[in-house]
Write a protein that binds this ligand. Structure first.
Ligand code: ARG
Length: 458
C-alpha cells in the first residue's frame, strides 16, 4: 500500500523505492509516531472531524500496533515506505476503513517533524542518565584522591603541582556542562510542537494546536507552518551537544592514555578494561580509551554532515531532510555504547600516587619562587626573570632548587634569604592556591559545589 499513488499510472522503479524507503532506520520512531497519531486522533475528535467512536477505534488500533512493535511481532510489508506508512498500513488491517480518516489535515511533514522531536526528548533523558554515571565515577575518584599530588600540565609540559582530585574534577565539570546543555536544549524544544502545520501551509481543520501540543508534553506550538516542517535546528543542536560531549570524552581519554603509559605510570587500567596484543605479550592497550578518542571524529562528522545537508535547502519540506535520522540515531548509539565502559574503566582504575608524586620536581615551584620575591617587594616581571635564573643555575649544577646554597641564590639576587627554602613544599604550593576553584586549595568548597550540582539532578 502506498499513501499517494492516486495520480500515478506507473509503479515506482525498484531501485528508486529502495533509495527512498527509510523504514530500515526510522522504525525506531514507532513509539513516538503512534503517540503522535493518538494525540492527532483526539485533536480531530475535539474539532468534530472524527466521531467519538471513530476516534476510539483508531486509538485502540494504534495501541495494538504499538503492542506488536513492543512484542517484536510487527511484520513489515513490502510497500512500507517509512514508519508512518507502516503504522497506517497495519492500522488499516486492524481497524478497517476508518483508519483512512487518521491522516485528515495532517501531512507526513509535520508528522515526522513531531516524531523526531518527541524521540529526541526521550533520548536525551536516557543519555543524561549515562553521562551522570560517568560523572559519578569521576567524582568518586576525586574523593578517593583528594590529597594526592601530581604534576599539572600546560602544553603537556610539567607546569605546577595540583591534586589528583582537581584534575579528575576538571573532567567532571566539562561533562556537567554537557549535561546542562542537553537539559537546556530539551527545555527549549518543548516550546515548539510542529503538529498541525500540515504539509507546509497549516491545517484547514479547527485544531486546538496549543492543547494538542500540551497533550504531547510540549509547552507550546510553532508559529509558522512553513518553517516548522523544515526546521531541523533541534537535530543540529543535539548533534552539536553530542559532538562536544564526544570532544570532552576524547580529552579525558587522552589524559588517561598518557597517564597509563608506563613512562608516566600514574594510572593502571583494570584488566577488564584494557586489551592485550596478539604479538607482544607485555602490552596493555587502552583500546576503550582510544575508541573514546576516535569516536569524537565520528560525532563531529555527523554534525558537519547534517549542517551541510541543511545548507541551501529551499523553503518547506525537502526529502533531503530524511538524512537527519541516521546521523542522529548513530550519534546516540555511539555515546550509549561508549559511556558504560568508560564509567566502568574510570571506577576500576588504580592511581599510583607514588609515581604521581615522584613526577613532581622543584622546577614546578618556579612560579612560587617568583611569588616569594614578589612578597619581598620585587615587581612580578622582574621576579619571574630572577626565578628563571635560579632554575637555570640549578639545571647547570644538576640539582633541585632547594639544594642550591644561599650563596648561589645571592649570585642572582641578595633579596633571597634562608626563608626561601619554605617555598619548596609541593603541599604548600597547592594550599596557597586556596582561591575558589584553585588548584587544590579548598577542595571541600569545590566538592560542595559538585555535590550541589549532583543533588539538583537526583
Ligand atoms: N520519511 C520521511 C522523512 O523522514 C517522512 C516525510 C516524508 N514526506 C514527504 N512529503 N515525502 O523525512
Amino acid at each position: 500500500m502506498t499513501l499517494w499513488g492516486g495520480a500515478f499510472s506507473q509503479p515506482t522503479d525498484d531501485a528508486v523505492r529502495r533509495l527512498n524507503d527509510s523504514l530500515r532506520f526510522d522504525w525506531r520512531l514507532y513509539d513516538v509516531d503512534i503517540t503522535g497519531s493518538i494525540a492527532w486522533a483526539w485533536a480531530l475528535a475535539d474539532a468534530d472531524v472524527l466521531a467519538a467512536d471513530e476516534c476510539e477505534t483508531l486509538v485502540g488500533g494504534l495501541e495494538q500496533v504499538r503492542a506488536e512493535f513492543h512484542a517484536g511481532t510487527f511484520v513489515p510489508a513490502p510497500g512500507d515506505e517509512d514508519i508512518h506508512t507502516a503504522v497506517e498500513r497495519r492500522l488499516t488491517e486492524i481497524a478497517g476503513g476508518v483508519a483512512g480518516k487518521l491522516h485528515t489535515g495532517r501531512s507526513r511533514n509535520d508528522q515526522v517533524a513531531t516524531d523526531v522531536l518527541l524521540w529526541l526528548l526521550d533520548a536525551q533523558a536516557k543519555l543524561i542518565a549515562h553521562l551522570l554515571e560517568l560523572a559519578q565515577a569521576l567524582i568518586a575518584q576525586a574523593q578517593q584522591h583528594a590529597g594526592a599530588l601530581m604534576p599539572g600540565y600546560t602544553h603537556l609540559q610539567p607546569a605546577q603541582p595540583v591534586t589528583a582530585a582537581h584534575w579528575w574534577l576538571s573532567h567532571f565539570w566539562a561533562l556537567a556542562r554537557d549535561i546542562e546543555r542537553l537539559e537546556q536544549l530539551a527545555d527549549a524544544w518543548r516550546e515548539k510542537c510542529p503538529l498541525g502545520s500540515g504539509a507546509l501551509a497549516g491545517t484547514p481543520y479547527p485544531i486546538d494546536r496549543q492543547a494538542l501540543a500540551r497533550r504531547l508534553g510540549f509547552r507550546g506550538c510553532t508559529a509558522n507552518s512553513l518553517d516548522a516542517v523544515a526546521d531541523r535546528d533541534h537535530v543540529a543542536e543535539c548533534l552539536f551537544a553530542l559532538a562536544l560531549a564526544g570532544v570532552h570524552l576524547s580529552r579525558l581519554a587522552e589524559d588517561l592514555i598518557i597517564y597509563a603509559n608506563p613512562a608516566f605510570g600514574f594510572v593502571r587500567l583494570d584488566e577488564r578494561y584494557s586489551t592485550g596484543s596478539s604479538l607482544m605479550p607485555q602490552k596493555r592497550n587502552p583500546d576503550p580509551l582510544e575508541l573514546a578518542r576516535g569516536k569524537a571524529g565520528r560525532l563531529i562528522g555527523h554534525l558537519s554532515g547534517l549542517l551541510t545537508t541543511l545548507k541551501g535547502l529551499p523553503s518547506g519540506y525537502n526529502k533531503d531532510l530524511q538524512e537527519d535520522k541516521e546521523p542522529l540515531f548513530d550519534a546516540f548509539d555511539t555515546l550509549l555504547a561508549l559511556l558504560p565502559p568508560l564509567a566502568g574503566l574510570v571506577s576500576s582504575l588504580d592511581m599510583d600516587t607514588d609515581r604521581m608524586r615522584a613526577a613532581l620536581n622543584e622546577a614546578m615551584l618556579a612560579t612560587d619562587l617568583a611569588d616569594y620575591l614578589v612578597g619581598r617587594g620585587i615587581p612580578f616581571r622582574q621576579a619571574h626573570g630572577l626565578a628563571g635564573e635560579v632554575v637555570r643555575l640549578a639545571e647547570l649544577k644538576g640539582v633541585e632548587l632547594s639544594a642550591l646554597a644561599l650563596e648561589d641564590y645571592h649570585t642572582i639576587s641578595d633579596v633571597f634569604e634562608t626563608s626561601v627554602l619554605d617555598v619548596f613544599s609541593f603541599e604548600a604550593a597547592v594550599a596557597r592556591r586556596g582561591v575558589v576553584s584553585g588548584g587544590a586549595g579548598d577542595f571541600d568548597e569545590q566538592m560542595q559545589r559538585v555535590q550541589a550540582w549532583v543533588s539538583r539532578r537526583q
